[in-house]
Ligand binder design. Structure first.
Ligand SMILES: Nc1ncnc2c1ncn2[C@@H]1O[C@H](COP(=O)(O)OP(=O)(O)OP(=O)(O)O)[C@@H](O)[C@H]1O
Ligand SMILES: [Mg+2]
Length: 228
């Protein structure tokens, strides 16, 4: 059975598509077949795929399908069941697409900058997901802090964000996705991450960061599965 992850947030520009492509890069490099379902009308994931092909990159183990609307998503999920990992990049709205994607997923990942703009959105989204399922969600939810630089972690702003996370009991991953120019380059110039030309050490660090996140996702899902 495929591992199914929804990547969603109502806050634009938090790193949904970047996280999706980073995880696709990591899972594909591990030898898993990955299917990204691009259900966001902005179609950023499929544009990334096209740019990657144009750049002549090897897109081994990665496919991207455009999905328009809830009906198409349901069909695409059925058709994609042969993949090892399915990643759904959902629109930035709480709607039927999010509902269907989440209901099929083991985990909903919510990327967020450690900011006063993103974190309250995470709280609202978690509350709406809880309300949809009356507190009995059939999937896990994890906020992934994204775009945090090494220096930023020592700032007062980050400490305030950490306190906000604690006060609001936001379930965050231990792994933070670090702000890295190579991730921006991956989105602009094509990927996947492991096939990009350029600073090999920066690419390796970004891969290790993505692997830590992928491992944590696996471990969290496995731990919950073992409890049931
Ligand atoms: N960890 C990171 N390091 C460097 N740049 C990043 C990182 N995460 C995201 N970005 C950059 O921030 C911008 C927004 O990221 P992205 O497009 O992934 O967000 P999104 O949530 O998918 O946005 P949208 O709401 O438009 O779908 C992009 O230019 C991307 O390259
Ligand atoms: Mg996007």
């Amino acid at each position: 059975m495929a591992l199914l992850l929804t990547i969603g947030t109502t806050k634009g520009g938090s790193g949904k598509t970047t996280l999706c492509v980073l995880l696709a890069s990591v899972f594909a490099a591990k030898g898993f077949s990955v299917r990204i379902l691009d259900a966001d009308p902005q179609a950023t994931a499929i544009q990334w795929y096209a740019r990657s092909l144009d750049a002549g990159r090897k897109l081994e183990n990665i496919a991207v399908d455009v999905v328009q609307g809830a009906d198409q998503l349901a069909k695409a999920l059925a058709a994609a069941s042969g993949a090892d990992v399915i990643l759904i990049d959902v629109p930035g709205t709480v709607d039927e697409i999010l509902n269907i994607a989440a209901a099929h997923s083991e985990m909903v990942l919510i990327p967020a900058r450690a900011s006063g703009a993103d974190l309250p959105e995470v709280v609202r989204l978690l509350a709406r997901l809880d309300a949809m399922y009356e507190g009995a969600k059939p999937f896990l939810t994890r906020c992934v802090l994204n775009g945090v630089s090494g220096i930023a972690k020592n700032t007062a702003a980050f400490k305030v964000a950490a306190a906000y996370i604690e006060d609001h009991a936001i379930p965050v991953t231990k792994t933070i996705v670090v702000e890295r120019p190579v991730l921006q380059l991956m989105m602009m110039d094509g990927g996947p991450l492991g096939t990009m030309p350029g600073d090999a050490e920066q690419i390796r660090k970004a891969m290790v960061n993505g692997e830590m996140l992928a491992d944590e996702i696996f471990e969290t899902i496995a731990a919950v599965g073992a409890e049931q």
